[in-house]
Design a protein around this ligand. Structure first.
Ligand SMILES: NC(=O)c1ccc[n+]([C@@H]2O[C@H](COP(=O)([O-])OP(=O)(O)OC[C@H]3O[C@@H](n4cnc5c(N)ncnc54)[C@H](O)[C@@H]3O)[C@@H](O)[C@H]2O)c1
Length: 271
């Protein structure tokens, strides 16, 4: 089977073998893209390779490695050399706990996987896209980067940095014809939430999976496809004028208190 990108639009999705990344892979392939899935999960990556045939190439890598990003760049250049889009999506929940218990190792792991990877991926994409004068980059942030109390501390800090880093780079790259934007998901039904292994996460994950009824205007958790559709829209359909935008896809969680939980006097006032 010919597995080369040929003349199709080429996209890279880090963490593209699972959850939001997988759903985005599916949508881009449906639009005729050739997708490099850059992921450390070999089982899921190989399964994607089998499922999508010559529309996908699995590139096993740890997104914290500068050397592996360079190898990924060589692969793209030796393919058709043109890069349509790059999604920095790989992520982990990171350590959970009060600030007094977190270690420097916890900090480094969270920031390497969630932030250093976005720097390395954005830099690689910019190096390839700048000479071609076009391209779209979407970095996956989180509502946790905008709104406190819904995630572990180190995750929240790294995601806030992803948003501001992306906006800073967006301002530079717009002059080279490259659009950088951010998608900030709310709670989404993927293994990062549903496949938790840390016991302290389990109760919380069950509550989230139960519909996030206490805190969110839309009383349910998102489907991965809803986030993937937002990423795909920014990559393929959004007007050129959208630059450095943090697109929040969270069922209203960061917008305001659910109407059903408003005090009675407010409901009376508005009726
Ligand atoms: N699910 C949610 O509720 C939620 C909410 C907000 C933001 N996000 C973000 O969405 C993105 C995708 O997560 P998801 O929910 O689809 O979870 P997921 O666990 O299904 O997918 C994450 C993917 O990243 C890969 N990955 C993790 N560390 C890696 C590394 N060091 N090198 C290479 N690949 C690595 C995993 O193998 C996996 O395929 C993440 O950045 C996450 O922080 C998720």
């Amino acid at each position: 089977m010919n597995n080369s990108p040929e003349s199709r639009p080429v996209s890279v999705i880090t963490g593209g073998a699972s959850g939001i990344g997988y759903a985005t892979t599916e949508m881009l392939v449906a639009r005729g893209h050739f997708v490099y899935i850059a992921d450390r999960d070999e089982d899921k990556g190989i399964a994607c390779q089998k499922q999508f045939g010559d529309s996908v190439e699995f590139f096993p890598m740890d997104v914290t490695s500068e050397e592996l990003f360079e190898q990924l760049g060589d692969k793209i250049i030796s393919g058709n050399g043109h890069l349509h889009s790059f999604v920095n999506n790989a992520g982990i929940g990171g350590a959970l706990g009060p600030i007094t218990e977190l270690t420097v190792e916890d900090y480094e792991r969270a920031h390497n996987v969630l932030l250093k990877s976005v720097f390395l991926g954005t830099r690689l994409a910019a190096r390839i896209m700048s000479p071609q004068g076009s391209g779209r980059i979407v970095n996956v942030g989180s509502m946790a980067g905008l709104y406190a109390g819904c995630s572990p501390h180190l995750y929240a800090g790294a995601k806030a940095a992803v948003i501001q880093f992306s906006q800073s780079v967006a301002v530079e790259l717009v002059e080279k014809g490259i659009q950088v934007n951010v998608v900030c998901p709310g709670y989404t039904k993927t293994p990062i939430i549903t496949g938790v292994t840390d016991e302290r996460w389990v109760e919380r994950a069950e509550r989230i999976a139960d519909g996030n009824r206490d805190s969110q205007p839309m009383p349910r958790i998102a489907e991965a496809e809803e986030i993937a559709a937002s990423i795909t829209w920014l990559l393929c359909d959004a007007p050129d004028f959208i630059i450095g935008h943090p697109l929040v896809v969270d069922g209203g969680c960061t917008v305001g208190r659910p109407w059903r939980l408003q005090p009675e006097f407010m409901r009376t006032y508005h009726s």
